[in-house]
Design a protein around this ligand. Structure first.
Ligand code: ATP
Length: 282
C-alpha cells in the first residue's frame, strides 16, 4: 500500500437484488445502492447514516462480499474484491471483519462463549489449542472481560457483555477493517457509550478502521471522523463529522439532523414534526 492509498476505496458502487415481481414467476431487478463512492483511510472511522431501507447494510454486505457488486468497484488495499483470486476470500475475511446488532444470533446457545473465539482462530488456522486459549483470554481482557467470562454461556451474559464477545471475536483476528452494522443500536444509552469508547480505544491501540453503519446520528457523531448520508441508495452528502453536523449542505441531511434527538434540543412534538419533514424530503 502506498502512503496515501485508502484502505478501502468504494467507487460508483451499485448493488442490485433480484426480487419476485407482481406475478411470482416473473423476477425483476431492484437497485438498492447506486453511484456510492467513499474511501476509508487506515485508522479512520467512516459513519454511514440514513433511514431504514436506505441501503446502509447492503453497502456493508457488498464490502464484506456477502452481496454481489453489480456495478462500480470496491478496492481493499488497492485490490478489486470482485476479481480476487479464489484462495483470497479467507484471507480477506480475516482482514475485514463484522460486528452486528444482535450478537446472540451468531453465538451457539449450547457453547461457552470462549469457544466462539477459539473456533474462529481454528477456522483461520491460527495457533494450537493452548495458543488459541491464550489468545481468547487476551482478546477478552482487551475488551474488558475476564477469564471467568470465557466459560459462560450466552444466556448468562448481558447485552453489553455479549457485544464485547462479538468485538473480541472480530478483533482476535487482528483485522484492518471492521464493518460495525448497528453494533450499539440494541444497547441502553450508558452501555452504548461504554462500547463506543471501547471501540475508540481499540482503534487507538491497533489502528483498525471502522465502517460504522447506523441510523443513529448521535452515535455517529461520537465515533466517526467522516460521515456519509445515504438516501434511497444514494449518498447525498459526505464530509468531516463536525462540518457535516455544524453546516449540513443537503436539505435531506438538515431534515435528518433536525429529527434526531441527539442534535435537536426541542421537545418530542418538534422532533416528530421534523421527522415528518425528513420523510417528505425523501
Ligand atoms: N436480500 C434482499 N433481497 C431483496 N431486497 C433486499 C434484500 N436485502 C435488502 N433488500 C432491500 O434493499 C433495501 C435496502 O436495504 P438495507 O437493509 O440495505 O437498508 P438499511 O439502510 O440497512 O435499512 P435498515 O436500517 O432497516 O436495515 C430495502 O428496500 C430492502 O428491503
Amino acid at each position: 500500500m502506498t502512503a496515501n492509498q485508502p484502505l478501502l476505496d468504494v467507487q460508483d458502487l451499485r448493488v442490485d437484488y433480484d426480487v419476485a415481481g407482481a406475478a411470482s414467476w416473473r423476477r425483476r431487478t431492484l437497485t438498492v445502492v447506486r453511484g456510492v463512492s467513499f474511501t476509508i483511510a487506515p485508522g479512520e472511522t467512516y459513519g454511514l447514516v440514513g433511514e431504514s431501507g436506505s441501503g446502509k447494510s447492503t453497502t456493508g454486505k457488498a464490502i464484506l462480499r456477502l452481496a454481489d457488486v453489480s456495478g462500480g468497484t470496491v478496492r481493499y488495499d488497492g485490490q478489486d474484491i470482485s476479481t480476487m483470486p479464489k484462495e483470497t476470500p479467507l484471507a480477506y475475511r480475516r482482514q475485514v471483519q463484522a460486528v452486528y446488532q444482535d450478537p446472540i444470533a451468531s453465538l451457539n446457545p449450547r457453547h461457552r462463549v470462549g469457544r466462539a473465539i477459539t473456533e474462529t482462530l481454528a477456522r483461520h488456522g491460527i495457533g494450537d489449542r493452548a495458543e488459541r486459549r491464550a489468545r481468547a483470554l487476551a482478546s477478552f481482557e482487551q475488551v474488558g472481560l475476564t477469564a471467568a467470562h470465557l466459560t459462560r454461556y450466552p444466556s448468562e451474559m448481558s447485552g453489553g457483555q455479549l457485544q464485547r464477545v462479538a468485538i473480541a471475536r472480530a478483533l482476535v483476528l487482528e483485522p484492518r477493517l471492521v464493518v460495525c452494522d448497528e453494533a450499539v443500536s440494541a444497547l441502553d444509552l450508558s452501555t452504548q457509550s461504554q462500547i463506543i469508547n471501547l471501540l475508540k480505544d481499540l482503534q487507538d491501540a491497533s489502528g483498525v478502521s471502522y465502517l460504522f453503519i447506523t441510523h443513529d446520528l448521535g452515535v455517529v457523531r461520537h465515533i466517526s471522523h467522516r460521515v456519509g448520508v445515504l438516501r434511497n441508495g444514494e449518498l447525498v452528502e459526505q464530509g468531516d463529522t463536525r462540518a457535516l453536523f455544524d453546516d449540513p449542505q443537503h436539505e435531506y441531511t438538515r431534515a435528518l439532523l433536525a429529527a434526531s434527538p441527539a442534535s435537536h434540543p426541542a421537545g418530542r412534538t418538534e422532533r416528530r414534526a421534523a421527522r415528518r419533514e425528513a420523510r417528505d424530503a425523501a
